[in-house]
Design a protein around this ligand. Structure first.
Ligand SMILES: [Zn+2]
Length: 87
């Protein structure tokens, strides 16, 4: 049986308030909090790691996936360091 590690980092996309790009963020959960880091500019924020935050991340991903039709650039946001500006 494989036990899923709770501290597995989560890569997700969002618009970074620090560098202004759409970037790949890495959330690292640690208990009730998570450190969320922009993999492009290293801007770091601490999030309460609760269901609300988790569903916000999920909803943002869903919204960005819908936007991929309009902005194919979003599809390129996959790996740490990736960033793009939407025209
Ligand atoms: Zn950034």
């Amino acid at each position: 049986m494989i036990v899923e590690r709770e501290v597995k980092p989560i890569l997700h996309r969002k618009k970074c308030p620090a560098c202004g790009y759409y970037t790949v963020y890495q959330a690292v959960p640690a208990g009730t909090q998570a450190t969320d880091t922009c993999t492009h500019c290293r801007h770091q924020i601490t999030l309460p790691w609760d269901n609300e935050v988790k569903s916000t991340i999920k909803n943002t991903e869903k919204m960005l996936r819908d936007l991929e039709d309009v902005y194919p650039e979003l599809k390129a946001l996959k790996n740490p360091g990736d960033h793009t500006l939407l025209e």
